[in-house]
Design a protein around this ligand. Structure first.
Ligand SMILES: C[S@@+](CC[C@H](N)C(=O)[O-])C[C@H]1O[C@@H](n2cnc3c(N)ncnc32)[C@H](O)[C@@H]1O
Length: 279
C-alpha cells in the first residue's frame, strides 16, 4: 500500500459505488422502503404540495422516493458524474417525468445554489460531511429552504463514533490509498471486526442488521460498508453543534432528531417569515 500516515487521499469514488448499488441491488422493495422511511421521518402521508431538492443524490433512490411520494418539483444534484448518471437512470425508470431534473452540481458552489432558488423540502442525507467544508455546506443547503420549509439533513455524528473519529479517518485514508484487492481485504476486516465483533456466532445479528438496512432506507449493507470505509473527504459533526448552528444562524426550529446510528438525522423547519440572519 502506498499510504503514509500523513498522505491525503483524493476524493472517494462515491458514484462508482452508487452505480454498482443500482445495477446489483435496485428493486421495487427497496424503492418502497426508501419512500416509507422518507415519509415516516417527515411524519407525512405524502409529499403532495411540496417540492424536493436532493443535495448529493448518490444513487437517486431517495429522489425516486420523493417522486413516488408525489412531490411536485424535484431537483437532484451531485458532485460525482457517476452519481448523476445513476440518479438519471432511476429517473428514466420513473418514466422521465418532466417535474424531476437531475444534474451535476456542487453544494459548495454558492452561485450554482443561488440559481436553484428555495424549496419547501431540502434533503441532504450523508453528504455535507463529505464536502471538505461541512459547515459551509450546511449553511449553503440551509439557505435553499423556503420560509416555513423543511430541512432534512443527516450528518456523521461525533457523539457516537467508536473507537474514535481519528481511528476512522486513518482507516479511510488507508482505504482510499489501497488498490482493489487491498480494499476487498479491508472490507473483510471491517465485517469481521465490526460486523461480527470477531465472533462468528454473531452472524444472526449481522444478518438482522443487513435486513434492517434494506428495510430502513432501502440501502445495501456492502454498499454502505464501502461508502463508510471510503467516504472522503470526511468530517464528524457534534449533534448539539448542528442544532445550535441552524437555530442561531437561521432561526430554524428542530422538529425531530434521530440519534444512535452513525448518521444523526435532523428535521428542521425554517421560520415562516423571511430569514432575519441572512449574512
Ligand atoms: C454517502 S453519499 C449519500 C448519497 C445519498 N444522499 C443517500 O443518502 O444515499 C454522498 C454523496 O454526496 C456527494 N457529494 C460529495 N460532495 C459533494 C458536493 N460538494 N456537492 C454535491 N454532492 C456531493 C457524493 O458524490 C455522494 O454521491
Amino acid at each position: 500500500m502506498t499510504y503514509t500516515k500523513n498522505s491525503t487521499p483524493a476524493r472517494y469514488e462515491f458514484g462508482a459505488n452508487w452505480a454498482s448499488f443500482v445495477d446489483r441491488h435496485y428493486s421495487a422493495e427497496r424503492r418502497q422502503a426508501a419512500a416509507d422511511k422518507l415519509l415516516a421521518f417527515l411524519g407525512k402521508e405524502s409529499l403532495e404540495g411540496m417540492d424536493f431538492l436532493d443535495i448529493g443524490s448518490g444513487s437517486g433512490l431517495h429522489s425516486l422516493a420523493a417522486f413516488d411520494a408525489k412531490a411536485g418539483r424535484i431537483h437532484s444534484f451531485d458532485f460525482d458524474p457517476l452519481s448523476v448518471s445513476t440518479t438519471s437512470k432511476l429517473r428514466q425508470l420513473a418514466g422521465e417525468p418532466a417535474n424531476w431534473t437531475v444534474e451535476r452540481g456542487d453544494v459548495l458552489d454558492g452561485g450554482y445554489l443561488e440559481k436553484l432558488g428555495t424549496w419547501s423540502l431540502v434533503y441532504s442525507w450523508g453528504v455535507l460531511h463529505h464536502t471538505g467544508a461541512m459547515w459551509q455546506a450546511v449553511e449553503n443547503a440551509a439557505r435553499r429552504v423556503a420560509p416555513g420549509g423543511l430541512f432534512f439533513v443527516a450528518l456523521y455524528s461525533s457523539n457516537v463514533v467508536r473507537p474514535s473519529a481519528e481511528f476512522w479517518l486513518d482507516v479511510k485514508r488507508r482505504y482510499n490509498a489501497a488498490n482493489s484487492s487491498q480494499r476487498r481485504w479491508m472490507e473483510c476486516w471491517y465485517i469481521w471486526r465490526f460486523g461480527l465483533g470477531g465472533n462468528p456466532f454473531r452472524l444472526p445479528g449481522l444478518l438482522k442488521q443487513i435486513y434492517e438496512k434494506k428495510k430502513g432506507r432501502g440501502m445495501s449493507y456492502m454498499t454502505d460498508v464501502r461508502d463508510w470505509l471510503g467516504g472522503w473527504p470526511m468530517e464528524f459533526a457534534d449533534d448539539r453543534a448542528v442544532v445550535d448552528f441552524l437555530m442561531d444562524r437561521f432561526e430554524f426550529e428542530l422538529v425531530r432528531m434521530s440519534t444512535g446510528e452513525a448518521c444523526t438525522e435532523f428535521l428542521f423547519q425554517s421560520p415562516k417569515a423571511a430569514l432575519s440572519k441572512q449574512d
